[in-house]
Design a protein. Structure first.
Length: 281
């Protein structure tokens, strides 16, 4: 998400913990090459968390294997990050539901970050990413619900919302229950081995209305990262003062463009996203 937002024209700083040594250095270099700030990254620990993606098609679906136990980030001490300093001058704070799944340290660090952001009146978005293997049979609701109650923007798909919050993905009800300004629900339809339809809805508390987006049919190169690029597009558009309807279309187009690119990173420029939005008008 940080990389996608950087390519959409914003200064972005990534906050994490990386091990000392060549693998940690490689992670820093990868972020810097994409224009993402790394000054807020803590160094320490002995290993870098990894995950492996095994592509699949037709009857054989994609499989992801996580190797994050004992990673530098999983062992983070919440006191290692000076959140008031990190958030000084920030326009936005974005968090993900994967973070609290990685252990007590990451969960506590994220809770502290969100509390500091709220105190500093920094808008907060929470992407309700759900990774069943990372929760290892634990109920995520006790960890995620307090975070959702402090978010200005909730983002997720129907399955993730139900898994992490235990409720249906209804934007109006979620906004009322958690006090959010916006609730974005993404939808991916599997039309074929490599053909997906991509769309979303956005509930706006100010108007008490749910906006549907256009539906993009995409020939998928890599299904990883569409949600992150959607979140980046939504944040970028809201920060630029777009209307809720325009922000939704920009976000959906950004996510659709990512599905046609290999790798984790979305690198679409604002003009590319705008071009797709106009083509579908």
């Amino acid at each position: 998400m940080a990389v996608a937002l950087s390519h959409l024209g914003f200064r972005v700083d990534y906050v994490t913990r990386l091990p000392d040594g060549p693998l940690g250095d490689a992670g820093l270099d990868a972020l810097r090459r994409e224009g993402v700030g790394t000054d807020r990254i803590v160094r320490g620990g002995s290993r870098l968390g990894l995950y492996f993606v095994e592509p699949g098609a037709d009857l054989r679906t994609m499989r992801v294997v996580y190797d994050r136990a004992g990673s530098a980030f999983a062992q983070i001490d919440p006191a290692e990050v000076d959140w008031p300093r990190v958030l000084s001058g920030a326009m936005w704070f974005h968090a993900t539901g994967i973070t609290p799944a990685l252990g007590d340290g990451p969960a506590a660090a994220l809770a502290r970050a969100i509390a500091c952001a709220r105190a500093a009146k920094v808008p907060i978005s929470l992407d309700l990413n759900y990774r069943e293997a990372l929760w290892r049979g634990r109920d995520p609701r006790a960890f995620v619900e307090p975070l959702a109650r402090q978010a200005d923007v909730l983002i997720g798909n129907s399955d993730a919302v139900r898994a992490l919050l235990g409720v249906a993905a209804d934007g109006a009800r979620l906004a009322e229950r958690y006090g959010c300004r916006y609730v974005a629900i993404t939808q991916r339809e599997i039309l074929g081995a490599r053909e997906h339809a991509w769309s979303a809805t956005l509930y706006d508390t100010a108007t008490r209305g749910t906006l549907p987006s256009r539906r993009h049919v995409v020939q998928v190169v890599d299904r990883v990262g569409g949600g992150d690029s959607f979140a980046a597009g939504l944040i970028a558009a809201l920060l630029r003062g777009r209307t809720a309807a325009a922000a939704l279309e920009f976000a959906v187009a950004a996510g659709a463009l990512k599905l046609g690119v290999a790798g984790d990173f979305g690198r679409a420029k604002p003009e590319e996203v705008e071009r797709l939005v106009r083509q579908c008008t």
